[in-house]
Design a protein around this ligand. Sequence first.
Ligand code: FCB
Length: 472
Amino acid sequence: MASRKPCEELCLVHPGYHTGMGGTTFPDGFAWGVATSAFQIEGGWQEGGKGLSVWDVATERTGFVKDGSNARVACDHFNRLEEDAELIAGMGLNAYRFSISWPRVLPEGVGAVSLEGLGFYDRLVDALLARGIQPFATLFHWDYPYDLFKRGGWLAADSPAWFAEHASVVVDRLSDRVSNWITFNEPQCFLGDGHLSGVHAPFVQLGWRAFFEAQRNALLGHGLACQAIRQRALREPLVSIATCAAAGIPATSDAADVAAASKWGLEIQQLAAWHGGLYLDPILRGVWPTCDGRPVGEEFIEVSEVDLATMNQRLDYLGLNYYTSPRVRAGRGGVAEELPYEESWPRSAFGWPINPEGLYWATKFYYERYGSPVMVTENGIWLDDKLADGRVDDPERIEFIRSHLLQIRRALADGLPVLGYLHWTLMDNFEWAEGFRPRFGLVSCDHATQRRVPKTSAAWFAEVARTNGATL
Ligand code: FCB
């Protein structure tokens, strides 16, 4: 395959990208796609020599998954990748974000490589490219190798190098065809939910000192992986990370409220694992976040300049996973004061308030703070939609996507560089501790028969993508 610069085929990052943009169009080369993760769709939990992940082990524990299910088979994507690539192509999408299961590629996390595991991603990439779909590969979406967890996981001093080894193995195999690399999905979740509150695998409640050790190692792992990608990739890589991207919605248009909202979740006001700034300040600005002028967690951890330099690798864009956001006003001294979600706001079946406006503010505030173009790497809604007479009508999902895309169009009209929109998710899948009950897909999937049926929203989204947003 002729090697072209990735931006020639997907126009991801190029000078002048967001100049001369009107208020009604999306730029040429805007990425229209869907996102998934390995654990949530692949199944094949012990096929092809795959090792166990902490999520495999977690979901075997009775009582953990709310509906008593597990992801041993999930959507059986491991055995149905061609059919699933065809579903994406059927929607005319030009981008697909998936994750690589670390223990599928390296069953013990490091060392021996599973050729069968790598071969699966090889075939997936080929199936996508054959259909004109750009692959966006996430190197880690929470399914940490169980064998490495037993060796200390993110607390182990070697853990940054372990992750870099995984990145290197995958990049060596796929980078002749893959340009888009996302190191982590939502460090807030695998560190905060997995290692502090312990509500997600591997269920540890470390306390702040050890949490910061794990956080530092993960950020170092991100940095080493970025270096490995840039050193080894055969095609010019575009490197990114996907963050939880809630943003403050200014309570009023008053400048003080807007300024307070811009800080919310990014400037640290109190210790909390979900603050984006805790991860993104070192990664994108090369500085350790502060709280009241003092380094965050200084009583627990010291981070050297050398560490910061490793964490701070240039990214080509920042991935925003956007679901919901609160309203924020300026409190005393301009501090960001979060207002309670209003009862009257519509909610998804998950109970998450639906407020598309926050997506506009997320693109603006993250771009202004970090200076990287942004890409919406996730955005979606759990609805209790049902298959009836062979079809699923989901007008609420259409309205959800439409309202969020309008906010992206607003951001583009303001000159903010938004590179694409990857909807969460392709098909109804295994939603972590919630099991199979949540339905987030554009395509319904019956997990007993594995029958896939595109919902009404899939056809609607296809038309939006086909017309590059003109039909919105
Ligand atoms: C995000 C996760 C994704 C999925 C959606 C609903 O936080 O990245 O795997 O669970 O939420």
